[in-house]
Design a protein around this ligand. Structure first.
Ligand code: UDX
Length: 445
């Protein structure tokens, strides 16, 4: 991408968790390459990235924000609290930045979850842009949920006939897909969807490519009545180093010793928690599948256990390799990797699609179930494990993905998507053009 001399400031407000933060920093990098100066605003107690990895960016602190550690006591309450307490301090922060940057702020781009940012944008008449680090389809669901009558909806959604009904004009979405979109019970999140939906933003950017979710994007554009820019996958156009945990590179040496497309890579992102029983069933299923496996187990990700139970370590040591955190993109593009058993987090989904690797999906929370539905039923590049994760189910899923006849067609479709992703991000492609259109849009504002 060529640099411009245009040097207005853009203020980014990321949500300080790995999946959200990485994508926002990638967006910052993409816009910086287009000539913008970037300021990143982070909560006082949430300094999770190293500014030295971003020497060209300016960092500011939003005082009095709520520490992420409180999220474990209730994610919905945490989000509401975070947004309430940050509103005034963020306004002060923007007032200071306007002074420092000579009133030259082109826009504030905020993660959907940091909706307090909108008030400062309105007060200082700065264009505000919502950034979706998740899919366009999730935005569609959020929009639908922001308008339901909560009491009525929560009763109706229990009815099996309602659950299986298609949401009007939104094929293949069914009402049951709207149910799991919170981190836990839906009810407290309905208010958050309403809060997000009620903000009058100028535009929306989504980390997706138009060919992946064309109907959701058209629906959104029409429903929101603002420009929607699908500019992803950003990890390809603007890769950055924003890993919160240290990547263990030894797994690449291990992969170098494996046969092409023989390895199943397992990683459930940065938030998921598993029970010991499930971990044990996974280990036995993987062992019985007879395929080598590379497994990321984050410290603290097994409930009630500091690290791996002894039995799992023994099973794994024969056929697998475990790391606490992997260089995921390098792993996925390694020729030894034949499949990815994932939690269907949106970044992980895009990263796997970007290299044509088919997936086993074991969604945990939020929009992961929705992503898994797209992977299995819309793009047809994976299989979803539904119900209890039990060793026989795991063995069957790994065999379907790596060995059975159907594995070839899943891989073929995944490779077709990989090529489409490449076409979308290269010069003249839909995501490439959408980024240019966004820059032009800002220049006109
Ligand atoms: C969650 C949601 O699941 C996701 O859909 C939403 O967009 C953000 O919040 P998370 O659990 O972090 O995110 O999953 P995901 O979006 O897939 O992001 C995980 C990121 O961590 C990916 O970029 C992945 O490459 C990286 N990662 C994961 C590593 O670098 N190393 C690892 O070992 C595991």
């Amino acid at each position: 991408m060529e640099k411009r001399t245009y040097k207005k400031w853009i203020v980014l407000v990321p949500f300080p968790e790995q999946g959200h933060l990485t994508t926002m920093m990638q967006l910052g990098q993409a816009l910086h390459l287009k000539g913008f100066s970037i300021t990143v605003a982070l909560g006082e107690s949430n300094q999770v990235i190293s500014p030295q990895h971003f020497p060209d960016f300016h960092f500011v602190i939003i005082p009095e924000s709520v520490p992420m550690s409180l999220k474990k006591f209730g994610p919905a309450e945490f989000l509401k609290n975070l947004n309430k307490t940050s509103e005034a301090s963020f306004k002060e922060c923007i007032a200071q930045l306007l002074l420092q940057h000579d009133n030259d702020i082109a826009c504030i781009i905020y993660d959907d979850l940091m909706y307090f940012s909108q008030y400062a944008a309105e007060e200082f008449k700065i264009p505000s842009v919502r950034f979706s680090t998740v899919s366009a389809t999730h935005q569609v669901c959020g929009c639908v949920l922001s308008k339901v009558n909560a009491e009525k909806f929560l009763v109706e959604i229990k009815d099996p006939d309602v659950r299986d009904k298609l949401v009007e004009n939104l094929h293949p979405l069914k009402y049951k897909h709207l149910e799991n979109l919170g981190m836990g019970p839906l009810e407290p999140f309905l208010e958050i969807f309403r809060e997000i939906g009620s903000r009058k933003v100028s535009a929306m950017i989504i980390n997706t490519a138009s060919f992946l979710e064309s109907s959701s994007l058209s629906w959104l554009q029409q429903e929101l009545g603002i420009p929607v820019f699908p500019i992803g996958p950003l990890h390809i156009t603007a890769s950055v180093n924003s890993s919160i945990l240290e990547e263990d590179m030894s797994c690449i040496e291990w992969l170098n010793k494996q046969k092409p497309r023989s390895v199943i890579y397992i990683s459930f992102g940065s938030q998921a928690q598993m029970e010991t029983k499930e971990v044990l069933e996974m280990a036995w299923g993987l062992y019985n599948s007879n395929q080598p496996f590379l497994w990321v187990i984050r410290p603290g990700s097994i409930s009630g256990s500091e690290w791996l139970p002894e039995e799992v370590s023994k099973i794994v040591s024969e056929k697998g390799y475990i790391v606490k955190w992997a260089p995921q993109i390098k792993v996925l593009e390694h020729p030894a990797v034949g499949g990815y058993w994932c939690h269907s987090g949106w970044n992980s989904t895009l990263e796997s699609i970007g290299v044509g690797v088919p997936m086993i999906c074991r969604p945990f929370h939020g929009e992961q179930k929705l992503n898994a539905m797209y992977i299995e039923s819309v793009w047809k590049i994976g299989v979803e494990i539904e119900g209890e994760v039990e060793r026989g189910v795991v063995e069957r899923a790994v065999t379907r993905l790596l060995v059975d006849e159907e594995s070839a067609s899943m891989r073929e479709r995944a490779l077709v998507l990989k090529e489409k992703v490449k076409a979308a991000v290269r010069s003249g492609g839909s995501s490439y053009n959408a980024l240019d259109e966004f820059v032009n849009y800002l220049e006109r504002k």
